[in-house]
Design a protein around this ligand. Sequence first.
Ligand code: RP5
Length: 181
Amino acid sequence: DLVDKDKPKQSNGVSKDDLAESPLVAIVMGSDSDLPKLKDGLEILRKLEIPYVTRVTSAHRTPSLMAEVASGIADTTVQCVVAAAGGAAHLPGMFAAYTPLPVIGVPIKPSIGEGMDSVLSILNMPKGVPVATVSLNNSTNAALLAARILGAGDSGIRQRVIRYMEDSETAVRQKDQLLQR
Ligand code: RP5
C-alpha cells in the first residue's frame, strides 16, 4: 500500500507528497470542500504510481486563477486533467475550453438536492468541447480513466492498470467462492 496515512498534511488536507515535481495528472476542484470526495481517486493514482498535483481553482470565485491554470497546464508535464465540482459545476467544462488536454469531470454531490445539477452541468457540454463525465462522487473511475489514457502511451502504467484489473477480478471471484460455501 503506497498510501502512508501518517504523512504530514498541509492545512488544506493535501499531503506534501501529492505535490510531485513532474505530475502527469492534475486534480483540480472548485472548493477544498470537494477534497474528501476525491480521496479514493487520489489513492488509486498513488497505487498506480502516477504522480499528480492538486489545485483548488473555482470557475466562479477565482475565474482569473482558473483561466491562468487551465490555459497553462498543457505547457507542464501534466497530460490529463481530472476536474471536480458540485452544483453549478462549470469547472470541468471551463478547463476543457482552455486546454487541449483530456478533461475528466467528477460531479460532486452538493449539500442541497440529489446532485443531478452537478451531473448535467458537467455532462451536457456543447459539441466540440468534450468532457468525459463519471458518475456522482466517482473519483475512483476518474483516476482509473486517467490512468488508462496515460497507459495508452506508457507501457509501465498500462501494466499497472492491467494488474489492478486482475486484482479486482480476483477479489470478486473470492467473494463469489465465499458465498458458495
Ligand atoms: C462548487 O461549489 C464546489 O466545487 C463545491 O462542490 C461547491 C460548494 O463549495 P463550498 O461552498 O463548499 O466552498 O464550486
